[in-house]
Design a protein around this ligand. Sequence first.
Ligand code: NAD
Length: 279
Amino acid sequence: MKHKITDIQGTFRLHNGVKMPYLGLGVYQAEDGSEVINAVSWALELGYRHIDTASIYKNENGVGEAIRKSPVSREDIFLVSKVWNSDQGYEETLRAFHTSLEKLGTDYLDLYLVHWPVAGKYKHTWRALETLYGQGKVKAIGVSNFLQHHLEDLLQTAQVIPMVNQMEFHPFLVQQGLINFCHSHKIQYEAWSPLMQGHIFEHSVFEELAARYNKSVAQIVLRWDLQKGVVTIPKSSKKEHIKANAEIFDFRLKPDDITLLDGLERGQRFGPHPDTFDF
Ligand code: NAD
């Protein structure tokens, strides 16, 4: 399937019609205060319109400050946060959401995600997200780290089908079956750790491809995400990397090279497994 990729502010349309910019800035491990404020400010200045944070990243204050200081209007920014595991459950999630809003200094989110499928809790958490969505406090709701069996279970009782599933995704962890499942339910697939938390730079296979396109390894892999129809949120706190990660709209990977990257799948995770995480 072909996905139209245009520029840094281009979007994929979620199943409820909301437009989600397909390139965002991830801010995991960006320290609250000047580090995250600078990263978000630079990203917005460079044209990014999507910021991915979470309550557990403990930098929502800084993200909010950068957004308020920016000349870009709030409504032009796609702001994402996530409910942490210890806050799951119906009432707890409603409270956690409002705490996130307060820290971010905003009165709505563009997307709120269930961070991990906490057994015995995630259906209650989902009901809370449905409530918030119904109240118009969040434009779209979704999940993260949900494998097919988690989604099948959730879909049995869900009133609203998740709009997004944010998963670890890179050439060593493609999980095409899960992507296809999400696609068949109109759930937008989104990549976390698209650069394997930096490990992507250790593998020569990517360098060969990068040399052929006269691009960097990061640019090749991020472009692959977009051409596969996957939203991507590379993280960096360095201005030159934030800039370079968005310079992916002046070339196109050939279908054979997409296939080559797909073929590197080896089920390798750099983060926890959604069935065995213990936090
Ligand atoms: P990533 O794959 O984006 O890699 C980040 C690392 O790559 C950093 O060390 C950074 O310095 C380096 N880097 C980035 N661009 C570079 C460039 N152009 N050249 C050289 N080095 C570069 O890893 P990540 O932070 O784990 O994932 C991205 C985002 O995904 C996070 O910030 C967060 O928002 C989200 N995330 C979500 C979950 C979840 O459970 N939902 C889990 C992890 C991450």
